[in-house]
Design a protein around this ligand. Structure first.
Ligand code: TRP
Length: 332
């Protein structure tokens, strides 16, 4: 039987999603849901690998991450959302795959390496077995659903490569069973923070959240970094070093050229420019905020979406488990 391409992607529920996620991955998911059978995981088990000492944080964010996605238009009629911890087959596969990867290979994984360096405070001198091994767990996520397409950001490429290696090793030892997935990179690059930082994030305090109110957005935009050499309104500005213009490019596309020209000629003040940006951002986020409000008021429905999706997803994971156990001579 020919197996169709299937998408799997996911997020660690460790915080609310911001517009970096929106442009970087969520918009892409909205588009792909019409083209492929899609599974989206709330990766609570993976989130615990670097939040094992803070289970409340992970729990609190499970439904938040789901609501962020529902509110941007990912449709639960088209996409199957599921909770990682309720699919025990993923944990089981993780154990089987852990024989197929060496410690030194995991230590060389560039993404894992960077993260370990960033998490010195949590891990001290020696990283946990669980965190070092999370790429194996992620390989289990992907293969449990027989997914061939994994939409991710660039930082995740080493994880997909690691998954592909595990699949090849598995198939070479136990016979053709699993399929190698491919990463699907969205065209959008990472979005910079309002302060000009290359990365947007909670710890950096420079993010605009999908759930921010109009007032919060206004406050954040008013404090955004602009051309520091521009003091008076009629000074010639340089939009290339201004975060307000950077965001106009995302949110006020049709007028972007014009905005830059006026800035260069000293014909638009930064305050007016910021006010216009606040309007544009609110125009885009308004409908998202409305939808979110609906889900905020119906928490039972949100939970139901996750539970129904999880039951559906589990059927697929069980099928994979059956094939894997058969291949590994564990079919008693
Ligand atoms: N590691 C991903 C991240 O940090 C989240 C994730 C977990 C994931 N499981 C996945 C992504 C499976 C793609 C496929 O963003």
């Amino acid at each position: 039987m020919e197996r169709k391409d299937r998408i799997l992607t996911g997020d660690r529920p460790t915080g609310k999603m911001h517009i970096g996620h929106y442009f970087g991955s969520l918009k892409n998911r909205v588009k792909l849901q019409d083209e492929y059978e899609t599974y989206i995981e709330v990766a609570d088990v993976q989130a615990l690998t670097d939040n094992f000492n803070n289970p409340e944080k992970v729990q609190r964010n499970v439904l938040e991450v789901l609501k962020d996605q529902l509110s941007v238009g990912i449709n639960p009629e088209k996409v199957t959302f599921f909770l990682q911890s309720m699919i025990p087959e993923i944990a089981e596969l993780t154990v089987f795959y852990s024989n197929l990867v060496t410690i030194s290979r995991l230590q060389r994984n560039p993404t894992v390496k960077t993260e370990i360096a960033q998490k010195k405070e949590l891990f001290g001198e020696s990283v946990t077995y669980g965190f070092l091994g999370y790429p194996v767990n992620q390989a289990a996520d992907i293969t449990a659903f027989d997914a061939t397409i994994v939409p991710v950001g660039e930082d995740q490429l080493p994880l997909i490569e690691q998954c592909r290696e595990i699949v090849r090793k598995f198939n070479s030892i136990y016979g053709e069973t699993l399929r190698e997935p491919k990463a699907y990179l969205s065209q959008n690059k990472r979005i910079k923070g309002l302060d000009g930082n290359e990365k947007m994030g909670k710890s950096l305090g420079n993010a605009i959240y999908l759930s921010d109110s109009e007032e919060e957005i206004a406050k954040k935009v008013m404090s955004a970094l602009t051309d520091p050499n521009r003091i008076r309104k009629d000074d010639f500005g340089n939009p290339d070093i201004c975060m307000v213009s950077y965001y106009h490019k995302l949110f006020t596309q049709s007028e972007y050229e014009n905005i830059c020209e006026e800035c260069r000629k000293g014909k638009r003040g930064c305050v007016d420019c910021k006010k216009q940006l606040i309007k544009s951002i609110n125009a885009e986020l308004g409908p998202i905020r409305e939808k979110r409000k609906y889900y905020d008021e119906n928490p039972k429905l949100v939970k139901e979406i996750l539970m129904e999706g999880t039951s559906k997803a589990r059927i697929i994971a069980k099928e994979t488990m059956k094939n894997v156990k058969e291949a590994m001579k564990l079919n008693y």
